[in-house]
Design a protein around this ligand. Structure first.
Ligand SMILES: *[C@@H]1O[C@H](CO)[C@@H](O)[C@H](O)[C@H]1NC(C)=O
Ligand SMILES: *[C@@H]1O[C@H](CO)[C@@H](O)[C@H](O)[C@H]1NC(C)=O
Ligand SMILES: *[C@@H]1O[C@H](CO)[C@@H](O)[C@H](O)[C@H]1NC(C)=O
Ligand SMILES: *[C@@H]1O[C@H](CO)[C@@H](O)[C@H](O)[C@H]1NC(C)=O
Ligand SMILES: *[C@@H]1O[C@H](CO)[C@@H](O)[C@H](O)[C@H]1NC(C)=O
Ligand SMILES: *[C@@H]1O[C@H](CO)[C@@H](O)[C@H](O)[C@H]1NC(C)=O
Length: 317
C-alpha cells in the first residue's frame, strides 16, 4: 500500500521570541543551559543558539522568522539531555557538557588562546583570539546547510539529516573532494562510506571552492577564481539584502537553495525554493513507520521536485 508521508510530532521545540539585539561578544566563562531557554547568544539580526525537545540540539538558526530554521548544529548525532550546558570556557574552548559534567562536544579540540566568541550576523559563530584571528568558526564545519558568505573548500562536505524531524546524519553527501570533483553521493547508511554518485560536476583537477556569494549565487570555481559550474543561479536577482538565503542538502538527497523575504511587503512569508540540484528527484525516502525501521527505496526519474508528497512504499521490507 502506498501512502503519503506525514511527518510525526516535531522533535525540536524552540524558544520563539524574536529579539533584535545589538551585536555583542560572548565572553569567556559565559554559558547557556537547557534549563533556561530564554538565554542565548544573539547576533544583530537573526541567529541564536540552543534548543529544546526530546533532547537538546546546540544549534544556530534564523531567529527573525517564524520558522526557527536551523542552519548548523554541534551535536546532531547525540542530543544533549536536559540539564546540559554549553560554555565558552576560560581556558579557551566552546564546551557542551551533560548534566554530570561529562564533555559531549568541544571546539577547538585543543586549547587555543581564545579571547571571545561571537555570533555573527551572517550566521557564522566564531571563536577568536585576542588579536581577533579566527581560531574556529562554524562556517568551516557545516552540517547540511550553507549560507551567503560561506565557502566550501576541498574535502568539505554537507551531510543530509536523517529525516525532517531528526537531525542525525542521514543518507546523502555533497562533497568537494580533494581531487576537485564536486559530487552528490548516496551514503551507504548506516555506514558512512559513500556509494552511488547521482550528480557530479566532473571537475577533477580544477574544482577548488564552492562559493555562496552575497548576490545569492552558488558556484564552483577553480584556484584562479574562474567559474566552473553554476550550481544555483539567482535568476530572480533576490539579493541577500532583501531575502534570507540558505542552501541545504535535505534528507531526501536534494540540494535546495531557499529564499525567505526579509520583509513581508505583500509576499507570502515562507521559504521558497529558488533552485534544486539535481533537477530530477533522485530518490524517494520512506518514513519511519513506527517500528523504528526506515526503508530506502530507489525511484529514478520521479520528475520534478516533489518533496511535499514523498511517496512511501509501506510494503518494502
Ligand atoms: C569583541 O571583542 C574584540 C576583542 O576584544 C573587540 O575588538 C571587538 O570590538 C568586540 N566587539 C564588540 C561588538 O564588542
Ligand atoms: C526582523 O524582521 C522584520 C520583518 O519581519 C524586520 O522589519 C526587522 O528589521 C528584522 N529585524 C532585523 C534585526 O533584521
Ligand atoms: C523542554 O523540554 C522538556 C522535555 O520535552 C519539557 O518538559 C519542557 O517544558 C521544555 N521547556 C521549554 C521551555 O519548552
Ligand atoms: C534519529 O535517527 C537515528 C537513526 O535512525 C536514531 O538512531 C536516533 O535515535 C534518532 N533520534 C531521535 C531523537 O529520534
Ligand atoms: C556572485 O556570483 C555571480 C555569478 O558568478 C556574479 O554575477 C555576481 O556578481 C557575484 N556577486 C558578488 C556580490 O560577488
Ligand atoms: C590559473 O592561471 C594561470 C595563469 O593565467 C594558468 O597558467 C593556470 O593554468 C590557471 N589555472 C587554472 C586551474 O585554471
Amino acid at each position: 500500500m502506498d501512502f503519503v508521508a506525514v511527518f510525526l510530532v516535531g522533535l525540536l521545540l524552540f524558544h520563539l521570541s524574536a529579539i533584535a539585539q545589538s551585536y555583542q561578544n560572548v565572553s569567556l566563562g559565559s554559558s547557556l543551559t537547557t534549563s533556561d531557554v530564554t538565554t542565548f547568544w544573539p547576533s544583530p539580526s537573526g541567529f541564536q543558539r540552543i534548543g529544546n525537545g526530546s533532547g537538546f540540539l546546540l544549534a544556530i538558526w534564523f531567529n527573525n522568522i517564524t520558522e526557527k530554521t536551523i542552519v548548523w548544529s554541534a551535536n546532531r548525532n547525540s542530543l544533549a539531555p536536559d540539564g546540559s550546558k554549553v560554555q565558552l570556557s576560560t581556558n579557551g574552548r566552546l564546551v557542551l557538557t551533560d548534566p554530570n559534567g561529562r564533555e559531549m562536544w568541544a571546539r577547538p579540540t585543543a586549547i587555543a588562546e581564545l579571547a571571545y566568541g561571537a555570533m555573527l550576523d551572517n550566521g557564522n559563530f566564531v571563536l577568536a583570539t585576542s588579536s581577533s584571528a579566527t581560531a574556529w568558526q562554524s562556517f568551516n564545519k557545516p552540517t547540511d546547510t550553507i549560507l551567503p558568505g560561506q565557502v566550501l573548500n576541498l574535502d568539505s562536505s554537507l551531510v543530509s539529516s536523517f529525516s525532517d524531524t531528526n537531525s542525525s546524519i542521514g543518507r546523502f553527501k555533497f562533497i568537494l573532494q580533494t581531487d576537485g570533483n564536486l559530487v552528490l553521493y548516496k551514503v551507504n547508511y548506516p555506514a558512512v562510506d559513500v556509494t552511488d554518485a547521482y550528480w557530479v560536476t566532473s571537475s577533477v583537477g580544477s574544482g577548488y571552492q564552492v562559493i555562496f556569494n552575497q548576490s545569492g549565487y552558488i558556484f564552483l570555481q577553480d584556484k584562479n577564481g574562474t567559474l566552473l559550474n553554476l550550481i544555483s543561479s539567482n535568476v530572480e536577482n533576490l539579493t541577500s539584502q532583501s531575502m534570507y538565503h540558505r542552501a541545504i542538502l535535505e534528507y531526501d538527497g536534494v540540494f535546495r537553495h531557499y529564499v525567505y523575504p526579509k520583509s513581508s511587503s505583500g509576499r507570502r512569508m515562507e521559504w521558497s525554493t529558488l533552485y534544486n540540484v539535481p533537477e530530477k528527484y533522485p530518490y524517494a525516502i520512506a518514513q519511519d513507520r513506527g517500528g523504528g525501521a526506515l526503508w530506502f527505496h530507489d525511484l529514478c526519474s520521479m520528475g520534478t521536485d516533489r518533496r511535499q508528497d514523498v511517496i512511501v512504499h509501506s510494503d518494502i521490507s
